[in-house]
Design a binder for this molecule. Structure first.
Ligand code: DMJ
Length: 640
């Protein structure tokens, strides 16, 4: 059997005819037939291509027809310059034919550019891993679902406005106090105006570099954190032009559909809290709408096996996770335990119980858990529902969880007895195990780590002086004791300021032998414009009217003015024990939300934001007490 001649490796690929011996006529005939078939196939493909191109290419007559159709729909009156129509509806070219050519050219270029872009995107896609592509698809799917949901959304139900008293006023009678209050307002203007000039739309400001700044808690997007955080301070100070400027930005530019991973806690206390407070103070619907839009974006963070939310959530994809540094993959007590006030208000305003249910679920779960020595550890694993490291603190990682138990009770017009009981139990355990007196007679709150008390108190823990005073009324027959405890904490924190060169407090201070209320490690000597000490002075002032609190507050204001003020705003300092401090070049958003607000309130009359009508969230955003008559969660159409 002779094999047919091999095809050449290059050149013409069609074999010569009559290749094989006559004994294989059938084979040769088959070969010829298939060759013809291939030729036919190529020819027909070519014709199809030409035919397709004829329809596909941006042919001018086709465009004219397409143009005509759209024009009929969108522009009912034919523009005289565009040429007349013949009775059949086709354009008769008039004097502006060159313009049509230009238009065709523009369209052709656009199609070319679109194709190139699509090609580039396809190339980029091919570089990505399977996982990345899958995540992108999921993100797109989520977006579609979200968009459909938003479209289906009914308008928010009308609800009764809780009693709002004291949103203006507080003018002090005393001249000296009035002058001090004016000075604080001027500081606020300096902080705001510089942010307006150099950082507008960014989350925070670098007052020395004079540009925008951000940290990972706000994700990768610029969401104007300072604008949202500062709004209610502007409002109560009567800075209405600035307030309106912020409102305009929020309406036009604040967008939560961003691919950005944010801290659920920080976004809740600063953004949702700030928007809700701005809504209640001004009555402007836009703030309520934005607060609800954002809250919806946070809800996927609760999709964990236990319902304890992740610390972070991607606003676009809804994917959540925890901080890498947290013990055993845990969520943080002060983060998942500081949602209650805002979420109850969201349910109140929307008539949708989903928010309320989320935070009540957290509470129920915590109630069921064993607590070592009656203390709540700072770490809880959202997958297993087990505590992480046994570390309890009233400063960072724990602080506002206790604050929100007390404030949940206050905000409910003292009807949420369960929250009050949890607060009382927690504070009793804290007092027993964490609160001590130093040799020099200073009361401090230490940190409990695996059965050992670390005699160190953070600046953050100084807020507890105010909390103890606020919770005194309604405690288990120990009102005097808690007011006194609050005053002692205020004194200790004041000492931590007074024992520095700048009269500003360090981030954290020790009680160790001869060391009392002083930072030891270099890394703990900074002051980043934090509010907690001034917050405590204000609460103590409201409850006692002891002039020392105004005096201490004024000392702090002067020190901030002297050492933190720069031409581009206010900056933190790196070492409060050095008389020539280096600046950290960050103007934190909480400086405008909290530090300056508490100072302003300290030099205002008690009729401004009275505490029996307003409860301040942990970022100093005032939310009204939901008085019994108004506390329907289903939305009551009676008022508004
Ligand atoms: C603020 O964002 C809040 O007060 C929070 O509860 C913890 N501390 C910062 C300011 O120090």
């Amino acid at each position: 059997m002779t094999a047919p001649a091999l095809l050449p490796l290059s050149g013409r690929r069609i074999p010569p005819l009559n290749l094989g011996p006559p004994s294989f006529p059938h084979h040769r005939a088959t070969l010829r037939l298939s060759e013809k078939f291939i030729l036919l196939l190529i020819l027909s493909a070519f014709i199809t291509l030409c035919f397709g191109a004829f329809f596909f290419l941006p042919d001018s007559s086709k465009h004219k027809r397409f143009d005509l159709g759209l024009e009929d729909v969108l522009i009912p009156h034919v523009n005289a310059n565009k040429g007349a129509r013949d009775p059949g509806g086709f354009l008769i070219h008039g004097p502006d034919e060159p313009r049509h050519r230009e238009e065709e050219e523009r369209l052709r270029n656009k199609i070319r550019a679109d194709h190139e872009k699509a090609l580039e995107e396809a190339k980029e896609k091919l570089k990505k891993s399977r996982e990345e592509i899958r995540a992108e698809i999921q993100t797109e799917k989520n977006k579609v679902v979200q968009d459909i949901k938003m479209k289906e959304k009914k308008p928010l139900p009308p609800v009764p406005i809780p009693k709002l008293s004291g949103i203006n006023g507080g003018d002090p009678e005393d001249n000296d106090i009035r002058m001090k209050r004016e000075k604080i307002k001027e500081m606020m203007k300096h902080a705001w105006d510089n942010y307006r000039t150099y950082g507008w739309g960014h989350n925070e400001l670098r007052p020395i570099a004079k540009k925008g700044h951000s940290t990972n808690i706000f994700g990768s997007s610029q969401m104007g954190a300072t604008i949202v955080d500062a709004l209610d301070t502007l409002y109560i100070m009567g800075l209405h032009d600035e307030f309106r400027d912020g409102q305009k930005w929020i309406k036009e530019s604040l967008d939560f559909s961003v691919n950005s991973e944010v801290s659920v806690f920080e976004v809740n206390i600063r953004f949702i809290g700030g928007l809700l407070a701005a809504y209640y103070l001004s009555g402007e619907e836009i703030f309520k709408i934005k607060a609800v839009q954002l809250a919806e974006k946070l809800l996927p963070a609760f999709n964990t096996p236990t319902g304890i939310p992740w610390a972070m959530v991607n606003l676009k994809s809804g994917v959540g996770r925890n901080w890498g540094w947290a013990s055993a993959g845990s969520s943080i007590l002060a983060e998942f335990g500081t949602l209650h006030m805002e979420f109850v208000h969201l349910s109140y305003l929307t008539g949708d119980p989903v928010y309320y249910k989320k935070v009540m679920h957290i509470r129920k779960l915590l109630q069921k858990m064993d607590r070592p020595n009656g203390l709540y550890p700072n770490y809880l694993n959202p997958r297993t529902g087990r505590w992480g490291q046994y570390h309890t603190s009233v400063g960072g990682l724990g602080d506002s969880f206790y604050e929100y138990l007390l404030k949940a009770w206050l905000m409910s017009d003292k009807t949420d007895i369960e929250a009050r009981n949890m607060y009382d139990d927690a504070i009793e355990a804290i007092e027993k195990h964490l609160i001590k007196k130093s040799r020099g007679g200073l009361t401090f709150i230490g940190e409990w780590k695996n059965g050992h008390l670390e005699k160190k108190m953070g600046h953050l823990a100084c807020f507890a002086g105010g909390m103890f005073a606020l919770g005194a009324d309604g405690s288990r027959n120990k009102a005097g004791h808690y007011l006194e405890l609050g005053a002692e904490i205020a004194r200790t924190c004041h000492e931590s300021y007074d024992r520095t060169a700048l009269k500003l407090g360090p981030e954290s201070f020790k009680f160790d032998g001869a060391v009392e209320a002083v930072a030891v490690r270099q890394a703990e000597k900074y002051y980043i414009l934090r509010p907690e000490v001034i917050e405590t002075y204000w609460y103590l002032w409201r409850f006692t009217h002891d002039p020392r609190y105004r005096q201490w507050g004024w000392e702090a204001a002067l020190a901030i003015e002297k050492y933190c003020r720069v031409s581009g705003g206010f900056s933190g300092v790196k070492d409060v024990y050095s008389s020539t401090p280096a600046h950290d070049d960050v103007q934190q958003s909480f400086f405008l939300a909290e530090t300056l607000k508490y100072l302003y309130l300290l030099f205002s009359g008690d009729d401004l934001l009275p505490l029996d009508h307003w409860v301040f969230n942990t970022e100093a955003h005032p939310l009204p007490v939901l008085h019994l008559a108004n506390t329907t969660l289903s939305g009551n159409p009676a008022v508004r």
